[in-house]
Design a protein around this ligand. Structure first.
Ligand SMILES: [Zn+2]
Length: 372
């Protein structure tokens, strides 16, 4: 059996290969004291590592981010092994698959958060080289990343572990609900309901505030990252709705009923929320493409080359370009979405099998039907 010390070292080696471009073979040739320093003091360890490899030390912000990522990978490995040992001595190995799932999700969360925040850096770099539309507020554009960053201090964001802890009474199910911005990650089992989701892509459930992750994460796929960006916008919408409903339990209950769909067979969406999530997704894509989306849609081949997409992602790129043609050139000029785009969102989601609603001036939600 692994000793905890070996587990920490294994976590360091895995992290190095995934996030710092140091292969497993290369790790074996590193002096043992560097690996030990990385495990005990990630920040100093990284400094030493880069000196040792004769690599340029990353900028302060990036180095701090890497140190945080590494320390959370080590932390996960530690708690994983501690739980295995605890389970082994008390209940044998009967619950081992669940514990393994927790560990797997810990790693996935580290990967997903790390690649999403790296995606932010890429977006910001592109934004510096682009003439962004004047209506686009940077704090809005980057808000999904801010939300992920804030949630990194949520020690209970591994939903597999949280469910076990709630079941065993180790934690109360209500603790994390105090903060409307907190959310949780879960492993996606099979395909999520809701016909509009790309198979194997992240999806966010409002009310429960769970981001379900596909078991395989490709940190290089810009399309997956854009979907995550879109889903994080839903997480922020859900947080804003909850804040607006604080002190109004009846409104909160109506919101929960709306989304949990009591007596409704079809999944439901609010058209303005989807328009906003897709709208900002288009804006982010436009920034990545250095403004080319706004100025006449480029071909799928050009976009794929620019974003480094795989051949099999072509249908998804074409879908994005189709949406872009309904969103641009109007964008959010005038502070909102064009009626053309709202109508398009309505029809697309009805076709995908959703019940589609729109908020009325009284604050109620009215169901929409397709106009011919
Ligand atoms: Zn959506």
């Amino acid at each position: 059996m692994n000793t905890p010390n070996n587990t920490e070292q294994a976590a360091v080696v895995t992290w190095l290969s995934r996030r710092a471009g140091v292969s497993r073979e290369q790790s074996q040739t590193l002096p043992a004291d560097i690996i030990e320093l990385l495990a005990s003091s990630p920040r100093q360890g990284l400094e030493r590592l880069f000196t040792h490899l004769n690599r340029k030390r990353p900028a302060e912000g990036k180095l701090n981010m890497q140190a945080r990522e590494l320390s959370s990978a080590i932390e996960s490995a530690r708690s994983d092994i501690a739980q295995r040992i605890a389970k082994q001595t008390t209940t044998g190995w009967s619950e081992r698959p669940e514990i393994e799932k927790e560990g797997r999700l810990d790693h996935l969360i580290t990967d997903v958060e790390g690649s999403f925040l790296a995606f932010e850096s890429r977006l910001r770099e592109c934004a510096n080289q682009t003439h962004m539309p004047s209506y686009l507020r940077p704090e809005e554009l980057y808000s999904p990343f801010e939300a992920v960053r804030l949630n990194q201090s949520n020690g209970q964001r591994n939903m597999v572990r949280r469910r076990r802890q709630i079941a065993s009474g180790e934690t109360s199910s209500t603790i994390a609900l105090g903060n409307p911005y907190q959310f949780f990650y879960d492993l996606q089992e099979g395909r999520e309901q809701g016909g509009g989701n790309v198979e194997g892509a992240a999806s966010f459930s409002p009310v429960m505030r769970i981001m379900s992750l596909p078991p395989k994460h490709d940190p290089q796929s810009v399309l997956r990252l854009l979907i995550q960006y879109h889903e994080m916008r839903h997480a922020n919408q859900d947080a804003s709705r909850r804040i607006a409903m604080m002190g109004n339990p009846a409104a909160l209950q109506a919101y929960i009923d709306f989304h949990t769909g009591k007596g409704n067979e079809k999944p439901r969406i609010v058209v303005t929320e989807e328009a906003s999530a897709y709208g900002y997704e288009m804006e982010a894509l436009n920034v990545l493409l250095k403004d080319r989306l706004q100025n006449g849609t480029p071909s799928a081949a050009v976009v794929m080359k620019e974003l480094g997409c795989k051949q099999e992602e072509r249908p998804n790129v074409e879908t994005l370009l189709h949406i872009a043609r309904h969103y641009f050139p109007e964008g959010m000029n005038g502070g909102g979405f064009s009626q053309r785009f709202i109508d398009f969102m309505r029809d697309v989601h009805i076709d995908l099998g959703y019940d589609v609603f729109v908020p009325t001036t009284s604050g109620r939600l009215k169901q929409l039907t397709k106009t011919m």
